[in-house]
Design a protein around this ligand. Structure first.
Ligand code: ATP
Ligand code: MG
Length: 232
C-alpha cells in the first residue's frame, strides 16, 4: 500500500504517559529529520530517551501527536512494513537459546546469507563470529550467557541492519563496546548516514554524540536543548 519511504522522519507534539493521569514521560517533542541525518538523544537516566525511541518505532501509541515517515502516520503501516523500514536496536537486546544464526534471523527468516553477512559486518559482529569454532552455528545459552556484553550489542545492531532500512533507531549501541569498537561503530554510523539513512541514536558517549548532525538534550520528557554538537 505504501512505497518504501526515503526516511523523512517527523515527530509532532509527541506526548506519552505510562500512567493515564501521571506526568508525561515524553512531553510535546517535535523532531524533523531528513534522510542522511543523524540525531543524538542525550540526557540523564530516566529522562525519556528510550521511551521516545519506542514511540518513533511505533511500539507505543502516543497520547498526543504523531510520528510520520515520509508524511504518513506510522500507525497506518503494517507491522511487516514497519519492520522493513525501521530498524530498532533496543537498550537491552533479547537473546534466546539457540545458535547465533537463529538469534539473528528469528524475526527475519527470509534474509539470505549475503544480506546476513553484510549486516553482521557493518555491526562489527562478523569477524568475531567467524573466529568461533562453530561460527554462526555457535549455540548461545539462555539470555545470551555465553555471549560477552559487546557481542550482544553488536548482535542487536546486526538485527536492526538486516533489511537495510531507511531509518535506524539505536538505543545505546556502544554499551559494552571497548574504545576501538566504539570508534569503528562511529565510522559505520557516519557511513550509513552518508548513504542516506536517517539515524536516531541514544547515547551517553561523547564520541558518538559528536558524530551526530544534531544533538537533542532531554530532561523530564522534554527536549530542553537542541543543536549541532558544538553548541550543546
Ligand atoms: P536511561 O538513560 O536509564 O536508559 P531513559 O532516558 O532511556 O533512561 P526511559 O527508559 O525512557 O528513560 O524512562 C523514562 C521514565 O519512564 C522513567 O522514569 C522510567 O522509570 C519510566 N518507565 C520506563 N518504562 C516504563 C514502563 N514500561 N512502565 C512505566 N514506567 C516506565
Ligand atoms: Mg534508556
Amino acid at each position: 500500500q505504501f512505497p518504501r519511504p526515503s526516511g523523512l522522519l517527523q515527530a509532532e507534539n509527541l506526548t506519552f504517559r505510562y500512567i493515564p493521569d501521571g506526568q508525561p514521560t515524553v512531553d510535546t517533542v517535535n523532531i524533523t529529520m531528513k534522510p542522511g541525518s543523524m540525531l543524538g538523544l542525550a540526557g540523564r537516566n530516566g529522562s525519556g530517551k528510550s521511551t521516545l525511541l519506542k514511540l518513533l518505532m511505533g511500539l507505543y501509541k502516543p497520547d498526543v501527536g504523531r510520528v510520520m515517515l515520509d508524511g504518513a502516520d506510522v500507525s497506518q503501516f503494517s507491522r511487516a512494513d514497519l519492520a522493513d523500514w525501521v530498524g530498532y536496536a533496543p537498550q537491552d537486546p533479547m537473546l534466546f537459546t539457540g545458535t547465533i544464526r537463529d538469534n539473528l534471523l528469528r524475526a527475519a527468516p527470509d534474509i539470505d546469507d549475503e544480506a546476513l553477512i553484510l549486516a553482521c559486518t557493518r555491526a562489527g559482529l562478523h569477524s568475531f563470529v567467524i573466529d568461533l569454532p562453530d561460527g554462526y552455528s555457535t549455540q548461545i545459552g539462555e539470555a545470551g550467557g555465553r555471549l560477552a556484553g559487546g557481542l550482544r550489542q553488536r548482535l542487536s545492531l546486526a538485527r536492526a541492519l538486516l533489511r537495510d532500512p531507511p531509518v535506524l533507531l539505536l538505543d545505546e549501541p556502544s554499551n559494552n563496546l571497548d574504545p576501538m569498537g566504539e570508534e569503528t561503530l562511529r565510522r559505520t554510523l557516519i557511513e550509513l548516514a552518508s548513504g542516506g539513512r536517517t539515524i536516531v541514536l541514544v547515547s551517553h558517549s561523547v564520541q558518538l554524540l559528536t558524530a551526530c548532525s544534531v544533538i537533542a538534550l532531554m530532561d523530564h520528557g522534554k527536549v530542553v536543548q537542541a543543536g549541532p554538537p558544538n553548541d550543546i
